[in-house]
Design a protein around this ligand. Structure first.
Ligand code: HBI
Ligand code: FE
Length: 294
């Protein structure tokens, strides 16, 4: 695989981000789009057992906390007993929304990530966390990517949003709007909440794959909960190694699709003139929405 300058840069930042400076994934076998083969036979019985424990814990927590679309898709995915075979899931997913899963060694450069999303390919990490990381892991592993992200890709509106996000990302990288787009991704795809007749529900993968945050985000009095507004979200900083201090709430996935459809070029210009907001900001006039009853 050719490592051009930005890729060497990419690996340096990955090593800085990882806890012991070592890359978790094996990037030596990936192609120019950072895609690898999922060597399903290489998973050990202990890894499948860890997958089952992770899955069982989350499957018990998400009813009444995850949005209905997530629950309906998860029920159809039959992924409880062992680490899923990505090609089998792709068969069902492709029929539903034209998306496919591509196996990757871990985080890939933004540009590559956006290109995959823009072509309806979702990158899923092939390695599974260690037992001691059961409750928390910084880098996305196969459990986070598959359990957290894949179910919603079966929903046509959310699937359209993800393709649009990828296309927006390719554009943003040309307009130096990447940090804005990353915040948008973080506060929706990773940590988004949705309003329903039964109260707040989670749709963000970072929440849905987390043992503790799936309750915290809905009922804990400490974080803010603010109505979603794309420009406001793109100004708001986030933390990658603690529960969120603010969650943004959409009315439905259609709103997400529509609010991120416009051309963001003028928005990036406007944002350059405004200071970024701390993760726990509540702006004058904003309502801190009430949590669900505990
Ligand atoms: N790579 N495999 C993978 N998964 C992600 O979620 C991911 C990524 N690279 C970049 C990235 N996410 C974020 O910076 C997005 O905001 C682009
Ligand atoms: Fe993720």
């Amino acid at each position: 695989m050719n490592t051009s300058v930005d890729q060497a840069d990419f690996f340096r930042t990955l090593e800085e981000k990882s806890d012991n400076g070592k890359l978790r994934g094996d990037y030596s076998q990936c192609d120019e789009r950072y895609v690898v083969r999922q060597d399903w036979d290489a998973y050990t019985p202990e890894q499948h057992a860890l997958w089952r424990r992770l899955y069982q814990r989350q499957a018990k927590l998400v009813p009444g906390r995850a949005c209905q679309v997530f629950l309906d898709s998860l029920a159809k995915m039959d992924a409880a007993n062992e680490i899923p075979r990505f090609d089998r899931t792709t068969e069902a997913l492709y029929k539903a929304t034209g998306w496919e899963l591509v196996a990757v060694p871990g985080l890939v450069p933004d540009q590559t990530f956006f290109e995959h999303l823009a072509n309806r390919r979702f990158p899923v990490t092939v390695w599974l966390r260690e037992p001691h990381e059961f409750d928390y892991i910084v880098e996305p592993d196969v459990f986070h990517d598959f359990f957290g992200h894949v179910p919603l890709l079966f929903n046509p509106v959310f699937a359209d949003y993800m393709e649009q996000y990828g296309k927006g990302g390719l554009k943003a990288s040309r307009l130096d709007g990447l940090s804005n787009l990353s915040r948008l991704y973080w506060y929706t795809v990773e940590f988004g909440l949705i309003q329903t007749a039964e109260g707040l529900r989670a749709y963000g993968a970072g929440i849905l794959s987390s043992g503790g945050e799936v309750e915290y985000c809905l009922t804990d009095p400490r974080p803010r909960r603010v109505a979603f507004n794309a420009e406001r979200v793109m100004r708001t900083l986030y933390k990658i190694d603690s529960y969120q201090e603010t969650y943004f709430v959409i009315r439905d996935f259609q709103q997400l699709f529509e609010e991120t459809a416009p051309d963001f070029a003028p928005v990036y210009e406007r944002l350059k003139q405004q200071e970024v907001l701390a993760a726990n900001t509540l702006l004058p006039g904003e309502t801190d929405l009430p949590p669900n009853p505990a």
